[in-house]
Write a protein that binds this ligand. Structure first.
Ligand code: PEP
Ligand code: MN
Length: 337
């Protein structure tokens, strides 16, 4: 349920209602809007009567949230959430571009890529040190050594670092190196990992599982929100369909759907979404035209030699062209890169 406070409610009034909710055995989540404050009341709703809430001081309205996700819904927070990743604001006017190799492979490779993406205008660098590979016989990532290289690259370039964590046991280590932690598609419903990530004060990039419905995707975000982490950026990265000319089918429909139902920002990963370097630019354009808050793009100095996902990686010069095109399109959309 959500409580809508009246316009005259002061901070002290909100505090009072919050402690009354706690006394009732429920978990309050406060969302301060420009006009009003909304308090999400999370807990077993069978144990509470609507009147117990509507009679609280300065409570103007009590609205049940019928959808399974509560804190992720726009009913709870009508204004867009803006997530700050190393100074880059995702979810506002700016279109954020996160670029870099699929995997961190060596010092030279990550430095070279970082300099190239920075020169093209990206402010955030991605690179996997823990890789969720389909085959156990392929490169699994450099692990902590890769994280150290990412941290060194941040020092040299000033780029913010986005990297994946696959296991709850590694969260403490990864969080010390990353500016944003990626939850990969395969781990979207790893609830133990989500609960652990909810406890840390770092932005999370939550990728959609390739078979997840919109509701399941938002429920995974709900795990993070319910546990106390509201710095979440959603990422559409393609879903499984019968289509066989691309690696996945990029579900751009989800952008307006998320914008209607949730306050969370959503970015698009056309690299995994298509699996083809030659489709990355057109689908990046489409994502921005559909209202995406950013892009995740795989870039490699020598895609043919990449340890993973070379077939979908852009060369530095192709990435430069993409950034130029995206900048022009952002202007048309009233946004900026
Ligand atoms: C990745 O970003 O390199 C990755 C493994 O993505 P996904 O989890 O979407 O497959
Ligand atoms: Mn990849």
């Amino acid at each position: 349920m959500i409580l809508v406070m009246d316009k005259s409610a002061t901070e002290a009034d909100v505090k009072k209602v919050v402690s009354l909710i706690e006394e009732l055995g429920f978990q309050p989540h406060v969302s301060k809007g420009s006009e009003r404050t909304i308090i999400g009341v999370i807990g077993d709703e069978r144990k509470i009567k609507r009147d117990q809430l509507s009679l609280l001081p300065h409570v103007e309205n009590v609205i049940p949230i019928l959808r399974p996700y509560k804190l992720a819904s726009r009913d709870f927070k009508p204004e867009n959430t803006i997530v700050d990743v190393a100074g880059v604001k995702i979810g506002g006017k700016e279109i954020a571009v996160i670029a870099g190799p699929c995997s961190v492979e060596s010092e030279e490779q990550i430095f070279q890529t970082a300099h190239a993406v920075k020169a093209a205008g990206a402010k955030l660098l991605r690179g996997g040190a823990f890789k969720p590979r389909t085959s156990p016989y392929t490169f699994q990532g450099m692990e902590e050594e890769g994280l150290k290289l990412l941290a060194k690259t941040r020092e040299m370039t000033g780029l913010g670092i986005v990297t994946e964590v696959m296991d709850a046991a590694d969260v403490d280590m990864v969080k010390d190196y990353a500016d944003m932690i990626q939850v990969g598609a395969r781990n979207m419903q790893n609830t133990k990992l989500l609960k652990r990530l909810a406890q840390i004060k770092k932005p999370i990039l939550l990728k959609r599982n390739f078979s997840a419905t919109l509701s399941e995707f938002l429920m995974s975000a709900e795990y993070l929100l319910a546990g106390g982490n509201n710095q979440i950026v959603l990422c559409e990265r393609g879903i499984r369909t019968f289509v066989d000319y691309t690696r996945n089918t990029l579900d751009l429909n989800i952008i307006p759907a998320v914008k209607q139902l949730s306050h969370l920002p959503i970015i698009v990963d056309p690299s995994h979404g298509t699996g083809r370097y030659d489709f990355v630019l057109p689908m990046s354009r489409a994502a921005i035209a559909a209202g995406a808050d950013g892009l995740l793009i795989e870039v490699h100095p020598d895609p043919a030699q990449a340890f993973s996902d070379g077939e979908q990686s852009l060369t530095p010069s192709a990435f430069q062209i993409l950034m130029r095109e995206i900048k022009a399109l952002a202007g048309v959309m009233g946004r900026e890169v």
